[in-house]
Write a protein that binds this ligand. Sequence first.
Ligand code: SAH
Length: 445
Amino acid sequence: MRKNEEYEIEITGMTDEGSGVGRIDGMAVFVPYTIVGETVKIVVVKALKNYAHGKLLEILKPSPHRLKAECEVFYRCGGCQFWHMDYICELQIKQQKVEDCLRRIGGIDVPVSPVLGSEKQRRYRNKAQFPVSREGIGMYAPRSHCVVDTQDCLIQDERNVPIVQCVRDWMAEYRIPPYDEKAHDGVVRHIYTRSGKRGVVVCLVTRTKKLPFAEQLVQALRALNCGIIGVVQNVNGERTNVVLGRSSKTLYGQDWLNDDIGGVEFRISPHSFYQVNNAQTKVLYDTAAEFAQLRGGEVVWDLYCGIGTIGQYLAKSAGKIVGVEVVENAVENAEQNARNNGMSNAEYYCGTAESLAPKLLEKGLRPQVILLDPPRKGCEESLLRTAVATGAERIVYISCKPSTLARDLKILQELGYQTQKVQPVDLFPRTSHVETIVLLQRQDM
Ligand code: SAH
């Protein structure tokens, strides 16, 4: 196989990132925007030792699932991977991905339930982070930091359209320079918004502490009348891919957003994690409730608890909720949310789950049920060992990354917890990401 050569191939599989996979002379070629079963003409754009990357030139035999992408920037933007197929096909791919990871990495052969799909496949996100650069404002191109200028992102809340335009106009009028990543120069780095039923909080991430013409920006944003309840400046002076810096200043209104999941109220600060798809979060948490099987009276550990969402969603059926979270703001939110929800049976600890879990055990807070909801990299092995040492009857593991989930389930399985149910939930339509919730049961020796 040679670079710049054209080939006709059949797509026979998918990568975790959502590219189709075909073969040339037995070697795997990854081709974005293709679907299993299609015959396509490609050009090899990169040939490595064990695999290659191809670019789709022509679809010779299309899949019956193929659709014309609704999004105008889909083939340039790195945000979504699946606008070129129908939703049934997308859900099948996600189920397969979870199955493959569990089998390959975890050695787990439990049936994976069909993915619970999202009613909305557009406009479902409540959090947007648009990078601002000299090339424009929008989204990063695949595997790069080049910004694709976009007027609208179809998975985002519609209110972002006038907001982003307003920031563009304000930058043009007052000659506010966009951030230049290479030179680490310029002012505006990201437009970050959180939106919900109760309004929108707009956060402008800047490199510099000084924000010229901030007053004019606030006025222009408020004049949009699109439900903005707060405008915040966050300062990030570091050379980093992390979006938010440490310090923030509220320029107008409030820096938090209130939202509810199935009637349970939450306050969310800009630094706190909150699931991006509200309707599907309810589906996820209802599944968590089903898997937790609380009868009342149990001590439940809610590890990686964020602003306390899952634990508080289940709190009325539990004896006590013990939450652990590393982000200080999120813990403050969790405590306040518990008070606002009238829950006196929830307590929160700030620190890493791996360092605090052994201390909770020493304190005598032995759980019957443990909820694990770590970030993409999964759990530290030491935390899994502590979880097992508690002797909890059930562990409910929520994961946004099937490969690390599979790795952790394998460890838990070896330590005596059997995977009983695996339920993927689609929180991220049109992207290759999928959330999975797993029930593990202690095997009595
Ligand atoms: N359960 C919450 C949050 C899940 S996201 C919800 O459903 O909304 C994962 C959370 O884990 C984030 O809030 C992140 O700040 C936190 N986190 C990351 N690493 C951690 C660690 N080592 N210990 C505890 N919390 C951690």
